[in-house]
Design a protein. Sequence first.
Length: 254
Amino acid sequence: MNGQILLGLILGATIGAVAGYLGSLMLTKRMALMGGALGHLTLPGVALALLFGFDVSLGAIIFLAFGVAIIWFLEQKTHLHLEALTAVVFSGSLAVAFLFLPEKETDIALLGDISEISAIMVIITVIISVALFWTIKSIYAELILAGISPDLAQTTGANLKRNNTIYLICIAITVALGVRIVGGLMTAALLAIPACTAKNLCTSLKHYALTSTLAGSLACLMGIMIYAFFGIPAGPAIVIASIVLFLISVLKST
């Protein structure tokens, strides 16, 4: 196994694990598709990163922050629902992305690319992912309780506004990291499918979160190995591997 594939496996396993863990919370809160909308928002940033030669995850997080700020501003100025505003902004993001995106690098933006990752990039990603994991873990129980009863969560001392802000920031950063391996079109799969797999297999919240984390990591490992042996783009291979695990969980739960 060459060094590039090993770096890809470490990168994929780490991002897949934190995406699966966060996805278990998002599915519980019925926000599993939010990752897809945010993935679309990253595309102009990815396009600019490819155009000017800097890291796509950095471009993604910068433009993602800009897009979220626009949605927040429009929400303050209009009476439209958040979902409608998100649809407007991410549609505009797609149009802007294709204005700047170099044609030969369209596949990288849409499907991801792990062929040119460096050791320093992997180290930074692992550090960010570990920080994300512990941050999510620190608010996980309070967010679950708030989803059941906000009043009960407040009586236990939970700061709902702070927790929701941290939660949304964690989603945004995870999506930005995920763009590296699955592209801007498939980030929802990275977050949602492992959680659905775990939901089919687990009855307790603790086992559900752990299984979702493992399913996310395993799907990325499988997808990258498929890429290494067969040359299939890593992004689609990861999503297909994740779907296979989901189908196995369906058969096992019946």
